[in-house]
Design a binder for this molecule. Sequence first.
Ligand code: TMP
Length: 393
Amino acid sequence: MKKIRFLNLGKHPITNSFLSKINSKKEFFYNLRLVYHQDTKLISLDSFVPPKKMFNDKYAHRASASITMSEAYKNLAKKIKKKFRPKSILEIGSNDGVFIKHFSKIKNIGVEPCRNLANVTTKMKIKTYDKFWTMYLSKKILKKHGRFDIIYSANTISHIHNLNETFKAIENSLTSQGVFILEDPSLLKSLQKISYDQFYDEHAYVFSITALKNITKKTNLEIFNIEELKTHGGSNRVFFKKKNNKEIKVSKIVNKHLSNEKKFGINKLKTYQIFAKKVKDSKKKLIKIFQKLKKRNNKIIGYGATYKSSTVLNFCQIDKNYISYFVDTTPTKAGKFTPGTHIPIKSYNGISDDVDYAFLGAWNFKDEIFKKEKKFRRRGGKFITHVPYPRII
Ligand code: TMP
């Protein structure tokens, strides 16, 4: 399998590794380089970070932390119940139960390797396996609970390194009429928005529909529908069925996505080389904005110490000399320091009056944030963003 490197984003820390104390010598760094797989058209990191370094009992992300996301999961649960009337559901990467908790009336099982999170759903009386998703686990769950009508996985499959095994295990755990729903950031949207921050340790892959089709070719799974989502700045919800299930028809949308991707050049190396050039330009422009504002003695903070912002800050080397501190609503991040760039994180309590600019770490929640921060904007406060190009808003 030939892979070709097209972008080097430099040395990066574990995005989820918020530091209690700054001890640079102990911090783990890896090379963040992106590659294009010639045969499957997959885009992935060149070398993967060992899973246990990322997904452990200190995992900070809480899916319930965002009101937008909590509401979206609640609505999705309603839609799934109405459309598929499942008798059983399995979620791979159940986090703090934000989605699976809505299925308490049917057999609902969670898989979540981060023990601190698995403990949360276990307390909610949801049977949760605190293990990585593998064929071994699929077989173990099958023995105890049988197969599932729905398998759901949001922002998780792109984190799992062995995709062949992952899809085989899903196929193994799905009933013959079952539906597998995958949600992950869209490669097409990332390329269009020059959102290179979609790439970090956890995102081993950023999927195109083209690549998903190619890597599931050898399985009994096929894509029958796709929904576009705003999540993470642009995601796809991809519905798979078993190939021999003729009751579900394949929507025309699938081919439309494939041809749109082809038109964009998803299956051409040249597309990624152009993207790489745009990413380097984006870095130069963002640094210039920070330098200019700092020269004029503006106070700049970060808004939302997201994983994505870790890629931007480490790649552009924007550290505490530029950003005084971050505000973030996640309780487990408060009082800590951002990985690699060591910017202090404060718990969110509004934006204080002495702040002139706020870097939008959580740019994908821009609408929610702008609604919340009317006062800051009214008094002349401004946001800095890098998506789709570095600018002040
Ligand atoms: P993410 O890495 O999944 O995008 O997480 C979003 C982070 O941004 C999470 O730590 C919460 C934070 N955040 C805020 O601090 N304020 C907000 O208004 C929103 C929407 C997110």
